[in-house]
Design a protein around this ligand. Structure first.
Ligand SMILES: Cc1ncc(C[n+]2csc(CCOP(=O)(O)OP(=O)(O)O)c2C)c(N)n1
Ligand code: SF4
Length: 271
């Protein structure tokens, strides 16, 4: 790819993203990763659900399907099975993937369905004004938890590892180098590859939780993130993990289980 605007639909700019939102950073990291690989843009299909994070494919010059909220992975599974030559890339949010689409997430990981999923986890439903999602921290405030969240959040990366995904990593929007590296790896991996990005939503989450301006939210991500190698909490009781308020970052799995598409092919060939 020659330059930035070969990938983006410049005519759709400016984007809908609020000032200080992390979604734009993820989009630019994706550009870096994608442009360093030799992937034919005509063979790529982007899939998304609904949410601010899910708007990314709308800005990319390639075929895309904007599905209903939560159904991106179901559509992506159908696409990759019906045409194994396609490279299927999903952009999603923690609400889209972990809440309404939670079942598709678990089963796409378990099936090792052929797709790359980038989830922007901003701990909230950003687009609809700040309702609690499945990754809203315990005791955090949102429009639906005005007295603090009484529930405990999902660890999306850990869920994907446990369910069977081939590649899983998590970074924050501050770790751009590592994030680009993981995106590159995920894009060339067979089977289900998953990169979660912890990202600020100053409008829907930061404001309500008195986290300061976007710069302070970026600082908060730095303070809260701990590399997997140094983490006392990785692979422990999820309640401990969530009480610590820690974001464990790193690569969590890189393996080569047979993918759903490859299993289907070998069964059809009676192998
Ligand atoms: C079936 C259905 N239910 C609810 C909605 C309303 N809705 C749109 S986006 C959204 C949540 C988006 O949150 P997330 O996926 O975390 O993305 P973000 O906006 O935070 O990036 C909801 C509940 C919808 N569009 N369709
Ligand atoms: S509402 Fe939140 S996630 Fe959506 S664009 Fe604004 S800052 Fe970003």
């Amino acid at each position: 790819m020659e330059d930035f605007f070969d990938l983006y639909r410049k005519d759709r700019w400016p984007t809908i993203f609020c000032p200080g939102c992390g979604v734009g950073t993820v989009m630019n990291c994706f550009y870096r990763a994608f442009s360093e690989l030799d992937i034919d843009q005509d063979r790529v299909v982007f899939v998304s659900g609904v949410g601010c994070s899910s708007r990314i494919p709308g800005y990319i010059r390639a075929d895309s399907i904007h599905t209903t909220h939560g159904r991106a992975l179901a559509v992506a599974t159908g696409l990759s099975l019906s045409n194994p030559d396609l490279k299927v890339i999903v952009f999603t949010g923690d609400g889209d993937l972990g809440a309404i689409g939670g079942n598709h997430f678990i089963h796409s990981s378990r099936r090792n369905a052929d797709m790359t999923v980038f989830c922007i986890n901003n701990n909230i439903y950003g687009m609809t004004g700040g309702q609690a999602s499945t990754t809203t921290p315990h005791r955090a405030f949102s429009t639906t938890t005005p007295y603090g969240n009484m529930e405990f959040p999902f660890d999306l990366a850990e869920l994907a590892v446990t369910a069977g995904a081939n590649y899983v990593a998590r970074w924050t929007v501050r770790n751009v180098k590592e994030l680009i590296g993981s995106m590159r790896k995920a894009l060339v991996k067979n089977g289900f590859s998953f990169v979660e990005v912890a990202s600020p939503c100053p409008t829907g989450f930061g404001r309500r939780n008195k986290m300061g301006d976007p710069k302070q939210m970026y600082e908060w991500l730095k303070i809260k993130s701990v590399r997997k190698e140094k983490s006392e909490f990785w692979n422990m009781d999820p309640v401990d993990l969530n009480i610590s308020g820690q974001i464990t970052i790193g690569e969590f799995v890189d393996r080569n289980r047979p993918s759903l598409g490859s299993m289907l092919k070998s069964m059809m060939n009676n192998e």
